[in-house]
Design a protein around this ligand. Structure first.
Ligand code: DGT
Ligand code: CA
Ligand code: CA
Ligand code: ZN
Length: 592
């Protein structure tokens, strides 16, 4: 039987997980709700296409999928719909599920607040908290009421902010489409997206054309556009991707360079640019650079600037890459011709912190090799979790040994084929309260050791002490996701970052720039200073599945924002030089 796939496994998994949640909100028995959540996870981990499994009638053989689930999954896959789910969803107020996004608010609490106080939305929850009615509920109290209010405030602070990766994913197809339009002369993204900010408010596009109307009409019809907010003669605003606003401005081509500089910002950078113009008897605005002592856009006064480079040159500066335009020292450097040549993502040769299906990664080592080769990388470290991360299926010593042996065999096979790509063995070893999760003699056997703090204390001094101790361990190469932040979700844990940076500088321990879109940790704001202290950076994917390999590019954008050059980034080294670098700390500490 050939079947038409109406829904892929991730979409089906999302529906099953939502059914589980809806059932929890209804107070269904935990066995039933858990069955849906488990099935969702099982599907996510499936290594062959779901359509094949369904078509060959093998769904019932998948662990944890009984008859009821089998029928529902088949319906979803073949029709793209499930009446049971739709009815279930309709039987509850739509705002109820939103409440689960609040930290510390689970289905039990939501159900109780709904049953007893009729709370069915963020608004009614906030009102009830402010009136003290939530505190009065059995099992809640003043403390959990004020926690809920804090969580609501936290969430609204981020409602109109988006992760860079989501903004890039939404903007790239639109930019491609604009490039192809015959009426578009030049186009670019601008704003915080072009500056590679880790979190952005809205997407800014700029295009030049003699026919702005046709370009704007084309823009608002792009497949990614969900809503048109406004459409004028030179500007349109739409909603794209995961609810992100995007603006397109269309200008005449001789205004393109100044408009691009202006709308790229940042505001702080623009203010200095404008002052530099004024101090030279010029005026700089979004329409151009003008020989004038008053505000103008008179074409007769225009200083010919076909590109951004020429604007900077007129103002006595070398070209400042967009990532550096934050008024954080770029002017002094550009004046003296001392701007660094920033690292390019194509210079990266691999990633030194990644997971496989031995711990909580999705893919087997064979697929990881194939993907890395396909991308033309030189090396890829497998650093699965250590045993303390039991929820992530962390490896104990016996499994670590077995994995090391298997990787060694893969490398032998690669060598036999004359292939120069190599896997590196490793571990993302947990930093525990009193040391690392593996003894030194185990770490000593590994090519790459990343040490990460996954369960921090609430005490800053304690966390700082633990990280410094990890840096002082001769076998640890890299401190992983240094602050533990999750962008728009969880703040960094308490830590004296300067003290950790100093310890890394003193011991020759590298700091990771974790390129996962939610992390981008350590933050770009600290890299310039860390680099000056002698700390080197490793841009790591922390990949848990094959599509995470693309994060190298995201990480490089943020590294550029931290002023880093090729020489500052360890994983631009060739495999031979990397091996030497991996030995350097151990050698220095008299261990190798
Ligand atoms: P976002 O969208 O909040 O992540 O940040 P941006 O930087 O993209 O800001 P946005 O979209 O409000 O404006 C884009 C650029 O336009 C901004 O980086 C600088 C420029 N700009 C906007 N408003 C002003 C302003 O009032 N003064 C100056 N000097 N520049 C401005
Ligand atoms: Ca913007
Ligand atoms: Ca904007
Ligand atoms: Zn980790």
């Amino acid at each position: 039987m050939a079947i038409v796939l109406r829904m892929d496994k991730d979409a089906v998994a999302a529906v099953l997980a939502e059914i589980g949640t809806l059932l929890e909100l209804k107070g269904e028995n935990p066995f039933k709700t858990r069955a849906y959540h488990n099935a969702a996870r099982t599907l996510e981990g499936l290594t062959e296409p779901l359509s094949t499994v369904v078509a060959e009638g093998r769904l019932g053989e998948v662990k944890g999928i009984g008859d009821a689930l089998k029928e529902k999954i088949t319906t979803l896959v073949t029709t793209g719909r499930l009446p049971y789910y739709e009815e279930l969803k309709a039987s509850l107020p739509p705002g109820l599920v939103d409440l689960l996004q609040l930290q510390g608010v689970g289905p039990k609490k939501v159900k109780k607040m709904y049953d007893e106080l009729g709370i069915d939305s963020m608004e009614s929850l906030e009102a009830a908290c402010k009136a003290g009615r939530v505190a009065a509920l059995d099992g809640f109290g003043e403390k959990s009421q004020s926690k809920i209010l804090e969580a609501i405030a936290f969430r609204s602070r981020f409602a109109s902010r988006h992760r860079l990766s989501d903004a890039l994913a939404a903007s790239e197809p639109i930019l491609e489409a604009l490039r192809e339009h015959p009426d578009v002369i030049r186009c670019s993204t601008a704003g915080s997206l072009r500056r590679s900010k880790e979190v952005i408010g809205d997407i800014d596009f700029l295009a030049s054309s003699r026919n702005p109307k046709s370009v704007l009409a084309y823009f608002v019809q792009q497949p990614g556009v969900q809503t048109i907010l406004a459409q004028g003669d030179t500007k349109a605003s739409v909603i794209v991707g995961k609810g992100i606003q995007a603006d397109l401005r269309v200008v005449a081509d001789d205004e393109f360079a100044s408009a691009l500089a202006y709308f790229t910002g940042s505001k702080e950078h623009n203010i200095v640019m404008r002052q530099r113009a004024i101090s030279r008897g010029l005026r700089l605005n979004e329409y151009g650079l003008f020989r004038s002592t008053v505000e103008t856009r008179d074409p007769a006064l225009r200083v010919y600037c076909p590109d951004e480079e020429s604007i900077f040159r007129e103002l006595g500066l070398t070209y400042i890459p967009p990532e550096l335009r934050e008024d954080q020292g770029e002017f002094a450097a550009a004046e003296g011709g001392r701007l660094p040549r920033l690292v390019e993502w194509t210079e990266l040769k691999g990633s030194l912190h990644n997971h496989s299906d031995w711990s909580d990664g999705r893919d087997p080592i064979e697929s990881i090799i194939a993907r890395a080769e396909e991308l033309g990388l030189s090396y890829w470290a497998i650093t699965d979790h250590s045993r303390a991360s039991f929820q992530a299926n962390g490896l104990d010593v016996a499994r670590l040994h077995r994995q090391r042996e298997i990787i060694r065999k893969h490398n032998e096979e690669l060598a036999r084929q004359g292939n120069e790509f190599r896997l590196l063995t490793g571990s993302e070893v947990d930093i525990l309260k009193d040391g690392l999760d593996f003894p030194d003699h185990e770490l000593a056997q590994l090519d790459v050791v990343v040490a990460s703090l996954h369960v921090p204390s609430s005490d800053e001094a304690e966390n700082t002490r633990r990280l410094i101790r990890a840096a002082e361990n001769p076998w640890v190469h890299i401190i992983g996701h240094t602050t533990g932040r999750l962008l728009l979700d969880r703040d960094a844990y308490k830590i004296n970052l300067n003290a950790v940076i100093d310890a890394c500088a003193a011991t020759g321990t590298w700091i990771e720039l974790n390129a996962a879109p939610a992390r981008l940790d350590m933050d770009w704001r600290h890299w310039h200073a860390a680099r000056d202290k002698g700390v080197r950076c490793v841009i790591n994917c922390d990949a848990h599945r094959l599509d995470h390999f693309n994060w190298l590019r995201l990480g490089a954008g943020v590294a550029r924002k931290g002023w880093l050059t090729k020489a500052d980034v360890i994983n631009t080294l060739s495999l031979t030089d990397l091996r030497i670098a991996l030995h350097a700390k151990r050698k220095r500490m008299g261990k190798a």
